[in-house]
Write a protein that binds this ligand. Structure first.
Ligand code: 13P
Length: 341
């Protein structure tokens, strides 16, 4: 392992003004997104859609530091035969790959999940590295509900995240460690804070036990937010203040960067929250976005599967990328959204 090189890549992934495009939806998830815009989820349509994003010059060269790909996409070529990975590299962004294989029910723990995909991971990482991937992602899912999460779910998922992270570093790939506490329930922000804190503490404990070099990873956490069905929704300022307090307590300063998931927040909420956190600086780590839905909902709608809408889709993507790029420096204002509308 060359830690200096891993650290350089991790730092580039969270460079100020830039963030990560999470375009690694599984075939099942992208079908759901396409269903919503009336587009059939064929291999060609998935390719065309992602090619549109990766050819968005403004977004990709100025605001996107890296792209997380799904296995199908990393092997695909653009319409003109250029590998999609090459398009990303040519734009100046770093290609990354989702390597977990989704979740399974966790035995003895009703309603809870464990992320799988460790078997043969070392061999797969080597192939992804040879294709150009320089970072990877593994997502653990923790749900909040009555009597959950259990210590068992937190512990087995943290263990798997650390196993994955160690394998990545041994393969000279920067691991994005993503323990996602879902925002689906009716819990309040303080319960989210408390659960996320337990999850992060256990995750870093496992990372240490398994000798993962903190300098060569990126953390992808949820923010501390109210559950979607909670009657009392926390303000932008409260989310920012509690998230930063939580991260300062749980994430060592040796970690070069933190890149949030959007998790079901609206596009503007995700931007406003990141921006507000930067008002609370200085911060010990790089802090940016690694959004899926909050970067792609607008371009998906603008594109709607039609070749004549590609320019509109790219404009919508560039706008959201720019807004989040500004937020990653605390320079976003809501008036910039209205101007673009
Ligand atoms: P969302 O921003 O849509 O939550 O997706 C990010 C991601 O990569 C989840 O694993």
């Amino acid at each position: 392992m060359n830690l200096t090189e891993l650290n350089k890549i991790a730092a580039a992934m969270v460079a100020p003004g830039k963030g990560i495009l999470a375009a690694d939806e599984s075939s099942g998830t992208i079908k759901k997104r396409f269903d919503a815009i009336g587009v059939e989820s064929t291999e060609t349509n998935r390719r065309d859609y992602r090619e549109m994003l990766f050819r968005s010059k403004e977004a990709m060269s100025q605001y996107i530091s890296g792209v997380i790909l799904y296995d199908e996409t990393i092997w695909q070529d653009a319409k003109d035969g250029t590998p999609l990975v090459k398009l990303i590299e040519q734009s100046g962004a770093i290609p990354g790959i989702k390597v977990d294989e989704g979740t399974q029910a966790l035995p003895m723990c009703p309603g809870e999940l464990v992320t799988v995909g460790l078997d043969k991971l070392a061999e797969r990482l080597k192939k992804y590295y040879d294709r150009g991937a320089r970072f990877a992602k593994w997502r653990a899912v923790i749900d909040i509900g009555s009597g959950i999460p259990s210590m068992t779910a937190i512990s087995v998922n943290a263990h798997a995240l650390a196993r994955y992270a160690a394998l990545c570093q041994a393969a000279q790939i920067v691991p994005i460690v993503e323990p996602e506490v879902l925002m689906d329930g009716d819990h309040d922000i303080d319960r989210c804070f408390e659960v996320t804190s337990r999850v992060l503490n256990m995750t870093f404990q496992e990372l240490r036990v398994q000798r993962v070099a903190l300098e060569g990873m990126v953390l992808k956490p949820n923010m501390a937010v109210s559950g979607k069905k909670c009657a009392k929704q926390a303000s932008v300022e409260e989310v920012a203040e509690k998230t930063i307090r939580l991260l300062k307590a749980c994430v060592p300063a040796a970690v070069p960067g933190i890149a949030f998931l959007s998790g079901g927040q609206s596009d503007q909420e995700a931007t406003a929250h990141l921006n507000a956190m930067h008002k609370l600086g200085p911060l010990p780590w790089g802090l940016t976005f690694s959004y899926g839905r909050a970067l792609q909902a607008a371009p998906q709608k603008a594109w709607s599967g039609k070749a004549e809408n590609v320019a509109a889709g790219q404009r919508a993507f560039s706008h959201r990328a720019r807004m989040n790029g500004l937020a990653s420096k605390g320079e976003w204002q809501s008036s910039l959204e209205q101007k673009a509308a």
